[in-house]
Design a protein around this ligand. Structure first.
Ligand code: C5P
Length: 400
């Protein structure tokens, strides 16, 4: 059966490109139903959009005939994906705040379908902290974005970030979201970031993990259709679209949140879990003058990777650990597979600036192979790992 898109056209000069988008989607056998805002109708007419879509266009929240015929709830539900193109600064602000005072915003508030926004606005409007706040809020709500791109603005001739993505780009992003994905129906856990271990209410032990690699892996698994829980220590990163993030601080909280995510098909433990925690957490701030230099006794933290790898009914089908190595990478990684009981190890070469950096050099070590991957962006490592995971699960017999 062909897929169905509801296209919300917002009011901007880029609206003319949405006519092209309708054509590009229909070429790929995607049915397009169109909603236009009042402002959009200043730029293009419902007649033009309707002619290309091959369906009448919806414009009015309070139109008796339209509402009786196909109300905004039905519009919101009778599709596989909603695209907003162009998504203006105003429309993003309304959506971020849950306003519903016209048909387009009411549809967006009522939907339970994935939403893809293609923002288009003046570069100053895009860069404005208010727009960036709204973008972060919408992304945290699970909305997806394509663009904006850098380019010349139609109205002012200014160059900058704010030009709507091209119709082909929007179509491709939509087709990815419409495709079921090889990990559809699979449950995945990713741990990421550092843990922090309290000494007293204000002081803690921690490490320099940025969480970038783990967040990228969570995003890549979600892109392939997995239902992803990201258990994260404190980072500065926004939750990837479509991923459920659970915030924790200590290793013990990470363990509890990870076990709460069971049953799982996939577990990827990327977090830099603190090896030790202070044996005693002081309930009150330790006074500098009272104790002199305190001796802080440490004890070992639970090993989340080893715990999840234990054989048993609840064991995820594929458990993957990370290992920070500087030498004898393969040998050490194989020893770690044996020690932890996991299936694969991704060994990072941490001799450079991997911690906090944008790139990573890794080696994938499984029972059957060792592959040294070239240095690449953490997102690229994530996508390649997600693809390996998808093919491994496809090859394995389904669990009885
Ligand atoms: O033993 P080591 O810290 O080198 O192991 C690293 C791997 O084990 C990583 O995948 C890390 O997320 C995981 N780990 C864990 N719980 C710990 C320590 C490490 O899940 N307490």
């Amino acid at each position: 059966m062909s897929k169905r898109v509801l296209l919300i056209i917002g009011g901007g000069i880029a609206a003319y490109k949405s006519l092209e988008l309708i054509r590009r989607l229909r070429e790929r056998d995607v049915a397009v139903r169109v909603v236009m805002t009042d402002a959009a109708q200043r730029f293009i007419t419902p007649l033009a959009a309707g002619a290309i879509a091959g369906e009448r266009v919806f414009t009015d929240l309070f139109d008796q005939t339209q509402e009786f015929d196909v109300g905004h709830i039905r519009l919101a539900r009778e599709c596989d994906l909603i695209i907003v193109a162009p998504a203006t600064a105003d429309f993003m602000a309304k959506a971020a705040n849950g306003l519903a005072n016209d048909l387009a915003s009411a549809v967006l508030l009522a939907t339970n379908k994935p939403v893809l926004m293609a923002p288009a606005m003046n570069p100053h409007m895009w860069a404005n902290p208010a727009t960036q706040r709204n973008l972060a809020a919408l992304a945290a709500d699970g909305l997806r974005f394509v663009g904006p791109n850098i380019g010349e603005m139609a109205e002012s001739g200014e160059r900058g970030l704010g030009r709507m993505a091209e119709p082909e780009e929007i179509r491709d992003a939509a087709l990815t979201l419409l495709s079921d994905g090889p990990l559809k129906g699979k449950r995945a856990l990713v741990t990421a970031g550092p843990t922090i271990e309290a000494i007293d209410p204000v002081r803690f032990l921690s490490n320099r993990s940025s969480g970038k690699q783990g967040y990228a892996i969570a995003a890549a698994l979600a892109e392939l259709g997995a239902e992803v829980t990201l258990v994260s220590g404190p980072t500065n990163l926004p939750a990837p679209a479509g991923v459920k993030r659970v915030d924790i601080e200590s290793a013990r909280e990470m363990m509890d949140a990870s076990e709460a995510a069971l049953p799982l098909d996939i577990a990827v433990m990327v977090a830099a879990v603190a090896d030790w925690r202070p044996s005693k957490e002081a309930r009150r701030k330790i006074k500098k003058d009272a104790v002199g230099v305190p001796a802080i006794a440490l004890q070992e933290n639970p090993d989340i990777l080893a715990t999840l790898s234990k054989p048993g009914k609840k064991r995820p089908r594929l458990v993957i650990g990370f290992a920070a190595e500087t030498d004898n990478v393969e040998e050490n990684a194989r020893a770690k597979i044996a020690k932890k009981g996991c299936d694969w190890i991704v060994a990072n070469d941490v001799s450079g600036d991997v911690m906090g950096g944008a790139e990573n050099t890794v080696m994938l070590i499984t029972k059957d192979k060792s592959e040294a991957w070239p240095r690449m962006a953490k997102q690229a490592v994530a996508r390649r790992l997600a693809a390996e995971i998808a093919s491994a699960l496809a090859a394995k017999a389904p669990r009885k």
